[in-house]
Design a protein around this ligand. Sequence first.
Ligand code: C2E
Ligand code: MG
Ligand code: MG
Ligand code: MG
Length: 283
Amino acid sequence: FHALQHAKENCRGSYSFYNQGLEQQTRRHEIIQKRLFTALTEGKVEPYYQPIVSLHDMKVHHCEALARWHDDVLGFVSPAEFIPVAESTGLIKLLGQQIMSRSVRDFSELNRLLSQPIGVAVNRSPVEFNFNNDADEVIRFAESCGLNPELVCIEITESLMIEAPDEALKQLQLLKSRGFKLALDDFGTGFSSLSYIKHYPFDYLKIDQSFVTDLARQTDDYILVKTIIQMARNLGLKTIAEGIETEQQCALLQELGCDFGQGYLFSRPLQQQKLIQFMEQRV
Ligand code: C2E
Ligand code: MG
Ligand code: MG
Ligand code: MG
């Protein structure tokens, strides 16, 4: 607001330019909203699966489902752009249902081909929990295709606990009591209040990519990651590092005792068929 006022008072040119930017943003938002609705009704938003490997034996432990949308007109649109639009328009409800049902179906199918079953982690937006009874829906989907809840992890960010602390606790406890796994996503980026980890029944703590990118010995990130891993271990949580791209990052995380890793070093998110090939090549 101050920046806007400043621009308005001191520089007419930049004010109108800023205004134009806003209009373009609103327009892009509207286009995405319309196209996304169509894409969802046509089933064109699909999960890709990114392997999460054990840093102890390098075996694939589970995969994270990540929504992918390739639009006929807009081309590839990043979830970083369309998830917020989906959240603000209510389309997240439909999107969440589709990603969830596809993921549990794909994994019960995949596990019939594997000697060791692997799990799937699905991101749930805090907005979805606000729609109420989100836990019930998750339970129904997993039951409908006979996938063991132990193989389904729900990833949420701490904003859920900030927005609805009591409701979040209720829903998470229900999921937990049915055997589902719970992960606290993007740890270290927000307030990262230690009380969340203590009061909510998480199994995994996901160390945000921003700590991994420049990870090297004797850096602040190294000390932070070390502290997070120690703390998680003392509280009985497993750690997953996001965004591992280099052997060096991987080696440092192993040295620090991080349990699991995810990143381009191991694999990009893959379409179901590609994941099957990937799994077959690894055994
Ligand atoms: P997230 O849950 O933290 O997912 C991890 C993100 O890191 C993904 O971005 C993944 O593609 C990216 N990533 C993984 N390994 C690497 C790496 O080595 N290097 C780099 N640079 N990036 C890596 P993506 O797929 O763009 O998703 C962004 C965010 O959108 C996700 O962050 C999640 O918050 C949200 N999202 C994605 N799919 C869904 C969904 O189905 N439902 C909901 N509610 N949110 C979703
Ligand atoms: Mg996630
Ligand atoms: Mg994350
Ligand atoms: Mg992230």
